[in-house]
Design a protein around this ligand. Structure first.
Ligand SMILES: [Zn+2]
Ligand SMILES: [Zn+2]
Ligand SMILES: [Zn+2]
Length: 267
């Protein structure tokens, strides 16, 4: 807005959005790591500790396991923080299943459905039903893990951050989904615009492109026409209508500290 147009007069060609999101297999995402730039790494952390992907609370797990059965994560727990700091390139999967069964691959076997236990560090991070690694016995903790319900978790921490929307859609309501190749579309747009915010013109740069989002002007995520997309820094994005929740992410704070130490207008 208000930018000299010439600066952005580039011919933009985006991949054509694929028609329908396919429910399975789940979206494979590398975990965002400090200083490491990975495609499609858009897992954010809500200030309540839960994990967000594309404006929704999600749970994640490793799909390719080596020796022991992986745990699934609900929060930016000690395990995930440690992995990020160690710069480990493990691949995580965002899943929608709520029955506790996940698609994983053990060793060299093919993809299979397995019941996975919830991560205790996550329960501790969220103080789920008072869960505490420090004060609870291991047998008691195991009981909590065995009885953990993903449905109950998403009841307490709804998928949707927008409270005006129903928590669960009944399947008949059309979902506002992104195309399956959204990551590619979003990456291409940011790259072709030179990693600059189209609102405040901040040069975010390729290295920090996780702070640069692609916003849908009309709110319809499947509508990926160039004129409906706007490349915005996380700060400008959070100022869009209905985007206030973005201000409660640790990435927002991180961005503010990194890029706007003096222009602190939001808090
Ligand atoms: Zn965890
Ligand atoms: Zn947006
Ligand atoms: Zn901006």
């Amino acid at each position: 807005m208000g930018a000299p147009l010439s600066r952005y007069q580039v011919v933009i060609k985006l991949p054509i959005p694929t028609a329908k999101p396919i429910p399975l297999p789940p979206i494979v995402l590398p975990l965002p790591t400090e200083g490491l730039d990975v495609e499609g790494s858009e897992i954010l952390t809500h200030n309540d500790g839960t994990l967000l992907y594309k404006d929704k609370r999600v749970i994640i797990h490793i799909r390719d396991a080596t020796s022991h059965l992986p745990r699934f994560h609900l929060a930016n727990c000690a395990t995930l923080v440690e992995m990020k700091h160690a710069g480990r390139f493990e691949r995580y999967v965002v899943s929608n299943q709520e029955d506790g069964y996940f698609h994983i691959r053990m060793g060299s076997s093919s993809l299979q459905q397995r019941k996975l236990p919830v991560c205790q560090n996550c329960l501790d991070r969220l103080r789920w039903k008072g869960f505490s690694i420090e004060t609870m016995s291991s047998s008691f903790r195991k009981t909590v893990v065995d009885n953990f319900s993903i449905k109950e978790f998403f009841f307490k921490y709804p998928h949707s951050l927008h409270k005006v929307l129903p928590v669960y859609s009944d399947g008949s309501a059309s979902k506002n989904e992104y195309p399956t190749n959204w990551d590619e579309i979003s990456s291409e747009l940011r790259r072709q615009l030179g990693y600059v915010c189209q609102s405040c013109h901040l040069v975010v740069g390729e290295k920090n492109k996780r702070f640069l989002h692609v916003h849908h002007l009309n709110g319809i995520r499947m509508d990926c026409r160039v004129e409906n997309l706007k490349c915005l820094c996380i700060s400008c994005h959070a100022n869009q209508p209905m985007h206030d929740q973005m201000k409660f992410t640790s990435e927002y704070t991180e961005f503010k500290n990194k890029f706007r130490p003096d222009k602190d207008d939001q808090y």
